[in-house]
Design a protein around this ligand. Structure first.
Ligand SMILES: Nc1ncnc2c1ncn2[C@@H]1O[C@H](COP(=O)(O)OP(=O)(O)O)[C@@H](O)[C@H]1O
Ligand SMILES: [Mg+2]
Length: 369
């Protein structure tokens, strides 16, 4: 396995700048997830590391060596695509053995069999080795795709949304297995996805890519809790971020333009427990997901999202009181940059409101107290 380093990569497609000044590194044995919406430049980043795209500027280093001019074959990286690209007329065994039969590999039949069987066992497809690739389920096909990367024992794996074409249950199962496998093998993985759950659960570190710009890099919990800006905060949540514009001058004077509150930090209370500073919201819909519940709320013309981990926490309809758990709110300046919470100011960050003006009034009160 090897360290991967991108330095100041810029890539244009005609007039479209897909990547701009992209720099990050992946440590040997690290699971690095690049998270971003469609069109962010994720696939272009992977293709650049693989040598399938030439950057207009910048360098790619593999294992400390400048690989920018190397051909894909020289790079010793294995690509796993979103769509499994198996040879349908070959058996699972032959699909797995294929990369080992490449010219220049010169492996004996016994060594090929040993590696294929070892990988098949790891991926729990050993009973399918004689099946035609077309006689597999989607999950099995994606295991074979992973297996074809694994048998090569490459310096680094590049994975382009490899789970996104699977249904939810398979996706979760394979996600857990992939993480196990990576730890067991000590594999270096650059994994790209638009799915923040995958980023949170798989990554040692996550990089958030928006519009070809790397916004922030760090351990997923840290990026989630301390996003540098609004775009990162919105990428990292699994529900939309509740955003309250600020109009009150006293608050704006502190540079605060918007307040963001995550769904799990909005407390929903029965009407009789409401305090004077709590919002009144109408419950539009409650989704009960077993272990957690999500409430879709409306305050005036504003939509709010609340999440709770207790069963039966939210009433299905009617009015509720909503309280902002203030210490976890995020304050943003007009450019979208997150402002630091006041030092030692737990509980000092301002709550939201049913209208921007009311929100700001309450926040101002909290800030003055
Ligand atoms: N071969 C190409 N030709 C022209 N434009 C491209 C090409 N590949 C990617 N792009 C453009 O580059 C940007 C980034 O694309 P891509 O890397 O595929 O994003 P992602 O994988 O994050 O969805 C997009 O605007 C896309 O339209
Ligand atoms: Mg892509």
């Amino acid at each position: 396995m090897a360290e991967v380093r991108l330095e100041n990569i810029t890539k244009d497609f005609g007039r479209v700048r897909a990547l701009e000044g992209l720099s990050f590194h992946i440590e040997d044995g690290e699971f690095f997830v690049l998270l971003g919406p469609t069109g962010a430049g994720k696939t272009t980043t992977l293709r650049t590391v693989a040598g399938l795209e030439r950057p207009a500027a910048g360098r790619v280093l593999l294992g400390g060596e400048d690989a920018t001019g190397w051909s894909p074959a020289q790079r010793d990286v294995a690509f796993v695509f979103q769509q499994y690209s198996l040879y349908p007329h070959l058996t699972v065994f032959e699909n797995l053995a294929f990369p080992l039969r490449a010219p220049g590999k010169k492996l004996g039949a016994r060594e090929i069999r040993r590696r294929v069987e070892e990988v098949a066992a790891k991926l729990r497809i050993e009973s399918k080795l004689d099946n035609k690739a077309t006689a597999l389920s989607g999950g099995e096909m994606q295991r074979v795709s992973l297996g074809r990367a694994l048998v090569r024992e490459p310096a680094c794996f590049l994975m382009d949304e490899p789970l996104s074409s699977l249904d939810a249950k398979l996706r979760e199962g394979l996600r857990v297995e992939l993480k196990h496998l990576q730890v067991e093998l000590g594999a270096t993985i650059l994994y790209v996805t638009h799915d923040q759950v995958e980023a949170m659960t798989l990554a040692d570190r996550v990089g958030v890519l928006v519009g070809g710009h790397l916004q922030q890099v760090g351990p997923p919990e840290e990026v989630y809790e301390y996003p540098d800006n609004l775009e990162v905060a919105q990428q990292m949540g699994h529900l939309p971020l509740n955003l309250f514009p600020v109009e009150e001058e006293a608050v704006r004077a502190r540079g605060i333009d918007r307040i963001g509150v995550r769904a799990e930090h909005l407390r929903v209370l029965p009407e009789e427990q409401a305090g004077p500073d709590d919002l009144r919201a109408e419950v539009l819909r409650v989704e009960r997901l077993g272990a957690e519940e999500v409430a879709f709320l409306r305050v005036g013309n504003r939509r709010l999202y609340a999440m709770g981990e207790e069963h039966g926490r939210f009433p299905d309809a009617g009015e509720v009181a909503v309280r902002v758990e203030t210490d976890d709110s995020l304050a943003f300046d007009p450019s979208g940059r997150r402002l630091d919470r006041d030092p030692g100011g737990r509980g000092e960050a301002p709550p939201g409101g049913e209208s921007p003006a009311d929100a700001a009034r309450r926040m101002a009160r909290g800030l003055r107290d």
